[in-house]
Design a protein around this ligand. Structure first.
Ligand code: GAR
Length: 197
């Protein structure tokens, strides 16, 4: 079994889509949900799917051990960022080389970087009069929204779109494509590549 952890910051709709997709999956199991906020909906999502959840403290995550011992204890071999807004510390990048994926609600390299999350991304897409937007699933490195692109899907931007209506269209694409992309990405790496460093 390939054991993965989800890191989320609140809404939890991608976490829910991922947990549904991998329920009873023969090769991949989501074993932990880690969230950086108190009282976020994603804790209820974890409970619904009977998956353990933890709250991350900023100090330990960013300036301490990055919770690596917790991930190691649960034999986690990859991290899935699903609406997670903190930067990933180098202790985790080094422990999980090429095994951390993120989803961004736009077509990177445009409309990414620090502070570009949630509705701000869609506001920027509309302000730039783009005719299409979409999603980017990419490997995570030390910089925001910077690693190699693994998958992109496109959708139109309609003339009367608001940031909210565009967000809804993009979120549907996320739910549709993130789980199978995670599946392909992690099952195509051999088991030996997935052992912990
Ligand atoms: C998603 O649209 C995700 O792409 C975005 O936050 C939302 C989380 O929704 N992430 C970013 O903007 C990261 N830069 P969710 O909590 O319902 O899955």
């Amino acid at each position: 079994m390939i054991r993965l952890a989800i890191l989320a910051s609140g809404g939890g709709s991608n976490a829910d889509a991922i947990l549904r997709y991998f329920s009873g999956h023969p090769q991949i199991q989501i074993v932990l949900i880690a969230c950086n906020r108190e009282a976020a909906i994603v804790y209820q999502v974890a409970e619904y799917h009977c998956v353990e959840s933890i709250q991350l403290s900023r100090e330990r995550f960013q300036a301490g051990d990055g919770y690596l011992p917790v991930f190691q204890d649960k034999q986690v071999s990859g991290l899935i960022l699903a609406g997670f807004l903190w930067k990933i510390p180098s202790v985790l990048i080094e422990a999980f080389p090429d095994r951390i994926l993120n989803i961004h609600p736009a077509l990177l390299p445009k409309f990414g970087g620090q502070g570009m999350y949630g509705l701000r991304v869609h506001e920027a897409v509309l302000a730039a009069h783009e005719t299409e937007s979409g999603i980017t699933i990419h490997r995570v490195d030390e910089h925001y929204d910077n690693g190699d692109v693994v998958f992109q899907a496109h959708c139109p931007v309609n003339p009367h779109d608001t940031p909210n209506s565009l967000a809804q269209r993009v979120l549907q694409l996320e739910h549709q494509h993130y789980p199978p992309t995670i599946e392909n990405y992690f099952t195509q790496q051999t088991n030996s590549e997935l052992t912990l460093n």
